[in-house]
Design a binder for this molecule. Structure first.
Ligand SMILES: C[S@@+](CC[C@H](N)C(=O)[O-])C[C@H]1O[C@@H](n2cnc3c(N)ncnc32)[C@H](O)[C@@H]1O
Length: 253
């Protein structure tokens, strides 16, 4: 009986060892596969970046790698191409695909108070600190740059918070918001400041009442908020223009 038990234990331990080696080799091979995939992806991304620069004159290198990868995977699926190398070849001969890829990389979705946690920080921490500092330094204007403002939802959200907190404190500090985007279509919408219900679902009821007017199903930003926001066209990839436009606007020149 003891010998039999010993035999069973030995078999059990043998099976465990096999299982261990099998699992370890799986993990090992998965790691290698991931590394190979990453390296391939890197060289593919470089290749596609080169093609975009050459045929479309756009440098897509500054986009975050994981976002670039996800967007490319979507384009592959939409064009029914099953690997990146073939896609790169297709792209180099197809300006329409270059346009489609660039459009996909520059999606324009936005809404008021889009990321509630970020706006909570702006409201609870950043604006109060700025108001304190402005009060101490005697400088009377807060300047904000909304760097890719889409149709105005982001800069108007910041303006609403600034307006409310400045009024609540009875502060004399004023504010200006410089809002830029490279999409002329979005800037035209921003200029109008009219939104459907989907864009304002995160807006508190008291803010809706105070800072918007409604016409049918549409919500228009109040003129007194609109008056604090300047919209202009600016491509974030155009580093040279930064000093002449944004920096000067922020410095108040
Ligand atoms: C997803 S929307 C985000 C809008 C807003 N910042 C928000 O978080 O709700 C991205 C915006 O970035 C703009 N954009 C993308 N690339 C840009 C670039 N190179 N220069 C300026 N704007 C750009 C797009 O036109 C679009 O309006």
């Amino acid at each position: 009986m003891r010998a039999f038990s010993f035999f069973l234990l030995a078999v059990d331990s043998f099976c465990r060892s096999i299982r261990f080696f099998w699992c370890a080799s799986c993990v090992f091979s998965q790691e290698i596969q991931q590394k190979v995939r990453d390296q391939t992806m890197c060289s593919v991304l470089k290749d596609i970046t080169r093609v975009m620069e050459k045929i479309y004159g756009k440098d897509i290198y500054p986009f975050e790698e994981s976002f670039l990868q996800k967007t490319l995977e979507k384009r592959l699926s939409l064009t029914s191409i099953n690997n990146f190398t073939t896609y790169s070849g297709y792209l180099s001969e197809n300006i329409t695909e270059a346009e489609a890829l660039f459009r996909a990389l520059t999606i324009t979705y936005s809404e008021f108070f889009r990321n509630p946690l970020t706006f909570a920080l702006i409201e609870q921490l950043i604006i109060p600190v700025l108001l304190d500092e402005k009060g101490k330094s005697g400088r009377s204007e807060i300047r904000v740059w909304s760097a890719a403002c889409a149709a105005g939802q982001e800069p108007y959200s910041v303006a609403i918070l600034l307006d409310e907190l400045i009024t609540a404190r009875g502060s004399t500090v004023s504010y200006r918001i410089f809002a830029t985007d490279f999409s002329a279509t979005d800037l035209a919408l921003a200029d109008k400041g009219v939104y459907d219900f989907g864009a304002v679902t995160n807006v508190r009821v008291k803010h809706l009442r105070e800072f918007f007017t409604t016409t049918g199903e549409f919500y228009s930003i109040a003129p007194r908020i609109r008056a604090h926001v300047d919209f202009s066209r600016y491509d974030l990839l155009d580093v040279d223009l930064f000093h002449q436009t944004i920096q000067e606007a922020l410095d108040g020149k």
